[in-house]
Design a protein around this ligand. Structure first.
Ligand code: PNS
Length: 162
């Protein structure tokens, strides 16, 4: 049986912290499906298509990766993909409450899907897509926090690419 995990998220945009989690997870799973929630109700900086493209540029070279989008319940998507694990990265204590709630809700919705948490590398403990966007919005230096491609896309979005 293939060990398949879903790594769900907004990925708005993918960061080096996400990439760190993906590289760790690929040592545990045969296949990792990085899945962007398609949620028209939630405001995002990048369109789903742009986010897929950035994920492909950042992670596409890794063996065992599939990049996809989903809508509706995550556990239903996991079942449809034959995945028995949902992967989430954990940074600090501040992540815990939200992650705990989500994991228990997902468990009550489908007991066959387990949530697995991986600790991010110490280098990425303070980074998130939101805080990186906040810095980039005002022209802050985010070198080394995202891939050069994502960095360039953020500069374009916020008008710092001249
Ligand atoms: O990167 P994010 O925004 O923290 O990811 C949140 C995500 C996409 C994992 C979560 O919102 C989700 O799984 N949404 C799908 C709807 C769902 O299944 N909700 C029930 C579990 S709370």
């Amino acid at each position: 049986m293939k060990r398949i995990a879903i790594y769900p998220g907004s990925f708005d945009p993918v960061t080096n912290g996400h990439q760190d989690i993906v590289e760790r997870a690929l040592k545990l799973f045969d296949k990792l499906i990085v899945a962007i929630l398609h949620n028209p109700g939630k405001a995002s900086l990048f369109s789903v298509e742009e986010r897929v493209e950035m994920l492909e540029q950042s992670l596409g070279h890794l063996d065992g990766i599939e990049i996809d989008t989903f809508d509706g319940l995550l556990v239903d998507y996991a079942a449809q993909k034959n995945a028995h694990a949902i992967l989430r990265g954990m940074r600090a204590v501040s992540d815990f409450e939200y992650e705990f709630q989500m994991a228990l809700m997902n468990r009550s919705l489908n007991r066959d899907v387990q949530t697995i948490f991986l600790m991010t590398g110490l280098r990425w403990i303070f980074t998130s897509s939101s805080i990186i966007k906040e810095a980039a919005r005002f022209g802050g230096n985010i070198d080394g926090m995202v891939s050069p491609t994502v960095n360039q896309k953020l500069k374009q979005k916020f008008g710092f690419d001249r």
